[in-house]
Design a protein around this ligand. Structure first.
Ligand code: UD1
Length: 344
């Protein structure tokens, strides 16, 4: 019997890649998604990639009764991976209550239901945003949590605390918090990838949309930072590598290998790349020239952040493997495929 894993936000960007990796590893996946930022077609594409159709329930995690019905319907769900969340930094500043409601209440609903349905553990999508601008780089899990720059970032910090407090209160669950750096790229089949709603806010979708002609010009936000070329530095992590980190985390939870009931891991490559370096790497690996210009800084941006991923390397036996060139080519192939499918 395959072990059942519930994946909230499973039709989203990181969620869909993770569903495929879970299926490849022999788990049975049940997806919940409200389709607010994804489409039901993703389920077909997951099936095409893995050869297995995951169960899918269109549901909002704010609906606790609906969630309870899903736990009851499938029975014996062993663990949850909780991706479902609102994630646009700018939007969170304009609509803080929407972000606090969506991101906090969803998690609370899940944590309340888990013991009721004997669900053993949760893997939570956290973010390097919890570090703010770290004092030391590369940043380790021990670095202090800085005041959040946005309501979105604050929801990640509060969600981490909610999980810690719940476990500390004696709830019979365990948790792994994965702090992602900047996920980019797409599945090598070009059947799964990031599909932003409207104008992309994140760098790589903006790059690929500019390269294909949907956007006229990429704006590089700032070249006067205290970095070698003046542009911001990030740790860009391949989305399939990131998805695989969830599989090892789930295995660790289910096999009782955790050293503590709540564990935290940085999921990054350990390598910082500047925005300008990334643009040049895109041009070199795809052979496509990018139209870009330097503009002023974007408010709320962190100057530089990259991971020390040693803890994940050692404890999870996980390591980012895909080169930045292959990753950027995968993002480009995904964009080309979207055009072929008449989507963008
Ligand atoms: C942000 C969040 C992160 C969140 C992620 C996903 C913070 C500090 N970071 O990452 O937690 O998980 O979004 O939504 O809250 N850039 C350009 N031109 C563009 C777009 C971006 O120059 O058109 C630059 C940005 O200024 C930044 C870098 O590219 O320096 C990466 O930006 P982006 O892809 O938006 O990710 P983050 O802001 O790092």
């Amino acid at each position: 019997m395959k072990e059942k894993i519930l994946v909230t936000g499973g039709t989203g960007y990181i969620g869909s890649h993770t569903v495929v990796e879970l299926q490849n590893a022999g788990y049975e996946v049940i997806i919940i998604d409200n389709l607010s930022n994804s489409s039901a077609d993703v389920v077909d594409n997951i099936e095409q990639v893995s050869g297995i159709r995951p169960a899918f329930e269109k549901l909002d995690c704010l609906d606790q009764e609906g969630l309870a019905a899903v736990f009851a319907k499938y029975g014996d769900i062993k663990a949850v991976i909780h991706f479902a969340a609102s994630k646009a930094v700018g939007e969170s500043v304009e609509k803080p209550l929407l972000y606090y409601r969506n991101n906090l209440v969803s998690l609370i609903n899940i944590l309340e239901l888990m013991p009721r349905y004997n669900v053993k553990g949760i893997v939570f999508s956290s973010s390097c945003t919890v570090y703010g601008q770290p004092d030391q780089l590369p940043v380790t899990e021990e670095a202090p949590i800085k005041k959040a720059e946005s309501p979105y970032g604050n929801t990640k910090q509060i969600n981490e605390e909610i999980i810690r407090d719940t476990v500390a209160s004696g709830s019979p669950i365990s948790a792994i918090l994965l702090r992602y750096f900047n996920p980019i790229g797409a599945h090598p089949t070009a059947l799964l990838g990031e599909l932003p709603n409207g104008v992309p806010q994140n760098l790589v979708p903006y790059i690929t949309q500019t390269a294909i002609g949907i956007r006229e010009k990429l704006s590089v936000f700032g070249d006067d930072y205290d970095t070698p070329d003046g542009s911001c530095i990030r740790d860009f992590i391949n989305v399939v590598d990131l998805a695989k980190a969830h599989v090892v985390a789930i295995k660790r939870v289910l096999e009782d290998k955790q050293k503590e009931k709540v564990e935290v891991f940085n999921i990054g490559t350990g390598r910082g790349l500047s925005v300008l370096e990334l643009i040049h790497a895109f041009e070199q690996s795809t052979g496509v020239k990018l139209n870009y210009q330097i503009v002023g800084r974007r408010s709320g941006d962190i100057e530089k952040v990259w991971a020390n991923p040693e803890l994940a390397n050692k404890e999870l036996g996980w390591k980012a493997e895909t080169s930045i060139e292959d990753t950027l080519r995968s993002a480009w192939n995904w964009q080309l495929k979207l055009r072929e499918r008449g989507i963008q």
